[in-house]
Design a protein around this ligand. Structure first.
Ligand code: ZN
Length: 220
């Protein structure tokens, strides 16, 4: 469960920071939840207490309704970035990995209906399992890399960053217009279609291009 441990896997130790996330960055996913596509990125933040190591079994709490998985490309920030231009954004990326944006979907629907913030549905303890990160240089093209999730051997999510409504570098530049990103912060870039409910006993396999593959499981 030690998040620091795998940050050290890529480089010098970085503190565990905030996670800045974007909603509805893939049109097909917005459609599957009957959400309109936003005209600018829809941002929310998970605190550092949301972070857990994805290689450990995902600990599910069942007392707040169903928890959905959302597989997302995760970008680890290595340098401070405020109001960044594209070249500054790429210079600030330390690593690339995968994250799960765990979501209490019924709670989120209620909050949306009420016009309330999403934190109770998105920012709870353990709501952001992260893979280890590979160095940015290991990725051939950040704007066209493939992320996949298999659940019990069946492909459930399969998308490319090329399908994002706001591409990776532009998204991070946009985020940094509003929130300074610091070393150890992580950006989650949105989920492709195919989200669904996590159940105890599920075996998950996540892949990023040819550079990262990991297995994990779900338990209560
Ligand atoms: Zn998400």
């Amino acid at each position: 469960m030690n998040y620091q441990h795998h940050l050290r896997a890529i480089a010098s130790p970085l503190p565990a920071g905030k996670v800045v996330c974007v909603g509805r960055n893939y049109a097909e996913h917005a459609k599957e939840l009957n959400n309109p596509v936003p005209d600018e990125p829809l941002l929310f933040i998970k605190p550092s207490t949301a972070l857990v190591d994805m290689r450990q079994p995902i600990q599910l709490r069942l007392d707040h309704g169903p928890v959905h998985y959302e597989t997302e490309l995760a970008i680890l920030i290595g340098q401070p970035l405020t109001r960044g231009q594209p070249d500054q954004v790429t210079a600030a990326i330390a690593g690339v990995g995968l994250g799960l944006d765990l979501t209490l979907r019924e709670r989120q629907s209620q909050l949306k209906q009420q016009g309330h913030p999403w934190e109770l549905a998105k920012a709870f303890d353990g709501s952001c399992p992260l893979s280890p990160f590979v160095p940015f240089e290991a990725i051939t093209d950040i704007e066209d890399c493939r992320l996949q999730l298999e659940v019990d051997g069946e492909l459930r999510q399969n998308g490319s960053s090329a399908e994002m409504l706001t591409p990776v570098v532009a998204l991070i530049a946009y985020i940094s217009q509003h929130f300074t990103l610091l070393p150890g912060d992580v950006v989650l870039t949105g989920t492709p279609a195919g989200v669904g409910v996590l159940q105890p006993g599920m075996q998950l396999t996540l892949r990023l291009d040819q550079v990262l593959e990991l297995q994990t499981s779900v338990r209560v």
